[in-house]
Structures are given as structure tokens and as C-alpha cells.
Design a protein around this ligand. Structure first.
Ligand code: EPU
Length: 448
């Protein structure tokens, strides 16, 4: 299966409201981690509602290189069965085919150390939204007893005396570092205490996966997670939480284009902070609590003017950084001055240049413009923005810089008057399943 469109460019005829229904499936940021967790089991695991996106393909490829048998359970591409019975060390040159393609490979460290006593990790990829260091990951792995060598071929890790539980305190509640600790601590000897952990819904869902496998994990208040290592884990059967980033992206597209989109599969509980922001801007929504596949959330523009608002991104339960870019496109249509303070990534406002070329008025600042001074203040990172609206957007030639910014470019092109050529659309396949078909179903005028 290829997820790449031969053109890598879309011609978008903007100015038409999106109307209709789309479906979101399992969250990219859980599915890929649950696939890695399957490495730890001594039996097969089954993961349902798996989206066909490139990040899943990359992880699948890397698992297969390490001897995990991965197959579609039902032929319909909905469920994956992952069988780690014959896990083996992969060849370095094969692993490096995946260099630069995703950030998930860093999470193979703990599971491979447990299974093989060594791990080779290719150079990481992912979106260019800041330096994205892995120092918390490596520090934690060293505390567990891993020896880490940085080589030209990537990272090489060994654990000569095995992995032992430890006390860790993250400098920042990093999602990836928390997952790294969970995936390593579950089979390390003894107890691990992790302070300042991230507690995003995708992490809680990963904890559910690990618990199904036999792990003993307690989530205390105040971001403390305690993990009691066990000697063996079994497989799991799991239905992931829905993709709340994709759901918010379609919601923002509905609002920015003056449309009405029902996102089947979206759940209120995962999106409460987004829903507050959406309503503050003047968007309307209605929650249908029926279980998947019937349930979902309808998002629409109720008419009249949108209102300016202030958004500060933060770790859970704050406003997700990944919701920021799509919603800012809608904010270009709101009357007054909106303020965005991005506190998770240093460089997640670069995409505003393209919006300005289309007619938006967005000024970016180094200062912390939100209520809470953040770690990027006075460090030369343009991480705050003021958006003056409403602005008439006009079609333009756009090149997609990263996944979420890419989808925002697309929303802007759909909201703009006239024709836009959007280059680099294959990047969007990393995290949005069948987005071209979904756009067509919503009545978007888009040609390859
Ligand atoms: N950080 C460090 N050192 C580390 C790890 C993180 O300084 O060792 C910093 C990062 O540079 C960043 C902050 O901590 O400034 C937060 O990074 P985090 O580790 O939480 O992010 P991540 O695990 O790399 C995941 C998602 C991102 C999402 C963030 C925040 C995946 C594969 N990626 O990234 O999703 O934005 O958490 O919720 O789960 C996306 O889906 O497009 C995406 C970028």
C-alpha cells in the first residue's frame, strides 16, 4: 500500500463552506505507541481501528525489521495483529532506511533492551517545530542502567546489568519521555517513580494497553506515576482512543469556511479544552454520545461574526499545541485582536508567514503574551502571535512545512477566495487518513 499521491500538490478552489461528515479513527499518537508496546508481550496483540497513515506504516516497517509479524486481522485494514514471537536484532543499514521518517523509533529503546539486550535507533524525523531534543529520554534510559552510544549510524544502546527501576523527575512533562519511561519501567526490576509526568489522554490510553498486558501502573495526583516492574507481559486487545487532533482540525476547517462538519468518532471527554476555545470564538457544536461508529461531534459556524479570543497552549489538560495551528486559521476571520501564546514548542508559528501572504494580519513576538510566562520567554523564540481580524484570505501558492501547519495551510486555502496550489501534501498523509477523500466528501473543490 502506498500513501503517497504522485502529484504531491493539490489545486484548491477556495471560498466554499465544508458540509458533511467525516470519521476519525484511532489516535495517531496512541496507535504508534501501542504498536511499540506489542514488542514487550510474549504473545500476539490486536489493535483495532488503526488509521491508514504513514506514521503507522513506518512503525510497522520497523517492527517487521525486528522480526515482529504484523498482519491485517480482517482484511479490511481495520485491525492489526502484531506477533513478537521471533523478535531479533535488525541490520543497521535496514534500520536506517527509516532515518528521518518519524520520532516513534526512539520509543523502541526500552522494549528492545528488554527483549534483546541491545537497541539500534535510526536518526529521528518528525515535524520541524523546534529543536526537539531527546535529552530527557536518554537521561531516563541511563538511570534505568542503559549505556547509550551516539554513533554515525544512530543511537546504540546496551544494558549490561539489565534495567532497574529508578526515581525520575522530568524537567518538563514531555509526552515522549513519559512514554519512554513507561515502556521501559514495566519490565524493569523493581519500582519506578516518575515525577512531572505528562498525562495526556493518549498516555493514559497507553497505560491501559500496558495494564492489559499485565503491567502494574498507578497514576497518582500531581503528575506522579508509579510503575512496579513485572518479569513478563502478555499480548493485548485494544481499541484506541479517537484522534482528537484530527477531530479538532476538521472542526477548525468547518469554522474557517463557514461550514458544518460532523466528526464521527470524536469524543467530548478528550476535547473539552478545545470545545471551550471553539465556543469562545463563536463556533457551535453538538455532542452525540452514541457509541462509535454512530457517535461524534457536529461543529458548525452559526452565522454572524466570530469573536477574537486568547489561546495559550499547554500540556494536558491545557489547550493542545496541535490544536493551535488549525484554530488560528479560523481566528483570522474573527473580529478584533486574538492572542496566541505557544508554550510547548519554540517554533510553532512559522506557518503564519503563509497566512499573511494570503491576506491575514498576524504579528509574531518573542515575548510571552499569555497569562503564564513560559520557558521560551526572553530566549529569542517567536512563540506568541497577535491576529487581527477579520481578514479576507486570497488563494496563493503554498508549500507545506510540517504536518499540522500543513493541514492549516489547507484550511486557509479552502477558506480563501480563488485558487491555491498547495505543494508537499504528502506530508499530511503522516497523520490524516484519506484526507483527500474526506475533503471531497465535504464538498471541497480540490484537484490533484
Ligand atoms: N523536550 C525536551 N527534551 C526531550 C523531550 C522533549 O526538551 O527529551 C521538549 C520538546 O522540545 C518540546 C516539549 O519538551 O518543547 C514537549 O515535547 P514532547 O516530548 O511532549 O513531544 P513529543 O513526544 O515529541 C508528542 C506528539 C506531538 C505533540 C506533543 C505534545 C507524538 C508522536 N508526537 O510529541 O504531536 O505535539 O507530544 O503534545 O506523539 C503531531 O502529532 O503532529 C505532533 C507533533
Amino acid at each position: 500500500m502506498t500513501l503517497l499521491s504522485p502529484q504531491d500538490m493539490l489545486v484548491v478552489h477556495g471560498g466554499n463552506p465544508l458540509h458533511g461528515e467525516v470519521r476519525v479513527r484511532g489516535a495517531k499518537n496512541l496507535v504508534s505507541k501501542a504498536m511499540v508496546a506489542a514488542l514487550l508481550g510474549d504473545g500476539p496483540s490486536r489493535l483495532h481501528n488503526v488509521p491508514r497513515i504513514r506514521d503507522v506504516e513506518v512503525v510497522r516497517g520497523l517492527l517487521e525489521l525486528h522480526g515482529v509479524r504484523v498482519r491485517d486481522a480482517d482484511g479490511a485494514g481495520d485491525a492489526l495483529v502484531l506477533d513478537p514471537a521471533n523478535v531479533e536484532q535488525a541490520a543497521v543499514d535496514e534500520i536506517n532506511v527509516h532515518a528521518g521518517s518519524s520520532r516513534i523509533p526512539i520509543l523502541f529503546c526500552g522494549p528492545l533492551l528488554h527483549r534483546l539486550g541491545q537497541a539500534i535507533i535510526p536518526d529521528l524525523g518528525g515535524c520541524h517545530i523546534g529543536p526537539r531534543p531527546i535529552d530527557f529520554h536518554l537521561q531516563a534510559l541511563r538511570e534505568f542502567g542503559a549505556v547509550v552510544d551516539k554513533t554515525d549510524a544512530g543511537l546504540q544502546l546496551t544494558a549490561p546489568s539489565g534495567l532497574r527501576g529508578c526515581k525520575l523527575d522530568l524537567p518538563y512533562p514531555s509526552v515522549g519521555a513519559t512514554e519512554q519511561v513507561l515502556l521501559t519501567a514495566v519490565m524493569a526490576q523493581g519500582v519506578t517513580e516518575l515525577r512531572n509526568a505528562a498525562v495526556e489522554p493518549e498516555i493514559i490510553d497507553l497505560i491501559c494497553v500496558l495494564q492489559k498486558m499485565g503491567a502494574i501502573i498507578t497514576v497518582h495526583t500531581d503528575r506522579v506515576i508509579e510503575i512496579e516492574g513485572v518479569p513478563r507481559l502478555g499480548g493485548f486487545v485494544h481499541r484506541p482512543i479517537p484522534d482528537r487532533i484530527e477531530a479538532a482540525s476538521w472542526a477548525a476547517a468547518a469554522l474557517a469556511t463557514g461550514g458544518d462538519v460532523t466528526v464521527r468518532g470524536a469524543r467530548q471527554v478528550d476535547m473539552m479544552t478545545f470545545l471551550n476555545g471553539f465556543r469562545s470564538v463563536g463556533g457551535a457544536y453538538a455532542v452525540d454520545d452514541a457509541p462509535d461508529p454512530e457517535g461524534g461531534i457536529r461543529f458548525w459556524h452559526p452565522g454572524g461574526e466570530l469573536r477574537a479570543t486568547a489561546i495559550e497552549t499547554a500540556v494536558h489538560p491545557g489547550f493542545m499545541t496541535d490544536w493551535q495551528q488549525p484554530l488560528v486559521v479560523a481566528l483570522t476571520q474573527a473580529r478584533g485582536l486574538s492572542i496566541v501564546h505557544e508554550t510547548v514548542y519554540e517554533q510553532r508559528l512559522g506557518y503564519t508567514t503563509a497566512l499573511n501572504q494570503m491576506g491575514a494580519t498576524i504579528q509574531v513576538y518573542r515575548d510571552c503574551l499569555g497569562g503564564t510566562p513560559c520557558r521560551f520567554g526572553r530566549r529569542n523564540f517567536t512563540h506568541s502571535a497577535v491576529i487581527a481580524g477579520p481578514a479576507k484570505l486570497n488563494g496563493a501558492d503554498l508549500t507545506i512545512p510540517d504536518l499540522r501547519a500543513g493541514f492549516s495551510h489547507l484550511i486557509a486555502a479552502l477558506a480563501a477566495e480563488g485558487i491555491s496550489r498547495v505543494y508537499g501534501v504528502n506530508l499530511i498523509n503522516r497523520g490524516y487518513e484519506d484526507f483527500e477523500a474526506k475533503l471531497a466528501a465535504l464538498g471541497a473543490h480540490v484537484d490533484a
